[in-house]
Design a binder for this molecule. Structure first.
Ligand SMILES: Nc1ncnc2c1ncn2[C@@H]1O[C@H](COP(=O)(O)OP(=O)(O)OP(=O)(O)O)[C@@H](O)[C@H]1O
Ligand SMILES: [Mg+2]
Length: 248
């Protein structure tokens, strides 16, 4: 469950092509990142996958079913945590399940504990820091019944220290509750640290110009970012990113 096939998808706004025959696949349990500059069409791609937009060309196949233009098939975590302020942490985390009529409170409580938020189950989002809110939003995404989780630059609003903590936390919780993840960012370090595979997008219009397999063993710790092997891979990735930005 959670296999995604993006098949030759194109999308224009007011006659300007933003996505140009985007094609790639995400396999079950994989962590794939789409790396592209601001305005390249990353969020547009997510809106297409989530069925909020319909492509002019191409199709979106999830677990073998054509989901083009159909909503509700993915678990989507936006850039801002979008928690409901009047619901407690526990109630927010269980929202996706409630919408599908399935409740697993024990599992929710266990995940809140693992996220370092034990004791905050009954707190309201207003009492949490930015990083804590993102943890709650991510647990909610993990607990949702949909097989594919799409994360749209979830950590871009956080400071560097909090973001590094969040990366390690995200990977540890992902290794416990393995799901298929499609992640979007413009940050090369983040993409290299988190992913199994990176798709580099060009811009104006966006095409997949390179697929990059990340070789680092898991579990990964943040001192990886200072290692020679990491910097070497980053240089390699940067050369493709540069090419993508020069495109047309
Ligand atoms: N609903 C819309 N109507 C018109 N143009 C749009 C619409 N949505 C997006 N665009 C345009 O499509 C392009 C891609 O936007 P998108 O938000 O997908 O980029 P992005 O890669 O997510 O950028 P960022 O990293 O800043 O979030 C931009 O030029 C944007 O102005
Ligand atoms: Mg965006």
């Amino acid at each position: 469950m959670g296999t995604l096939w993006i098949n030759e998808v194109s999308k224009s706004f007011q006659g300007r092509k933003v996505l140009d025959h985007i094609q790639f696949q995400v396999n079950e349990g994989e962590f794939v990142t789409i790396l592209g500059p601001s305005g390249s069409g990353k969020s547009t791609l997510f809106q297409l996958i989530g069925g909020l937009l319909v492509p002019e060309e191409g199709s979106i196949i999830l677990d073998g079913q054509d989901m083009t233009g159909k909503r509700g098939s993915i678990s989507y975590m936006p850039q801002q945590p979008a928690l409901l302020p009047w619901r407690t942490v526990l109630q927010n985390v269980m929202l996706g399940q409630e919408l599908r009529g399935k409740k697993e409170e024990e599992k929710a409580r266990e995940m809140i504990q693992k996220a370092g938020l034990g004791g905050y189950e009954d707190a309201l989002p207003g009492a949490l820091s930015g990083g804590m809110k993102q943890r709650v939003a991510f647990i909610r995404a993990l607990l949702s019944p949909q097989s594919l989780i799409c994360l749209d630059e979830p950590f871009s609003a956080l400071d560097d220290f909090t973001r590094e903590d969040m990366h390690e936390w995200l990977l540890s919780i992902w290794s416990n509750y393995r799901r298929t993840i499609l992640f979007v960012t413009h940050n090369m370090d983040e993409a290299l640290f988190l992913s199994d595979r990176i798709l580099v997008l060009s811009t104006n219009p966006a095409r997949v110009i390179h697929q990059f397999v990340v070789p680092f063993a898991r579990p990964r710790m943040h001192n990886l970012l200072l290692s020679n092997e990491f910097l070497e891979k980053k240089r390699e990735l940067a050369s493709f990113v540069k090419r993508g930005n020069q495109h047309e």
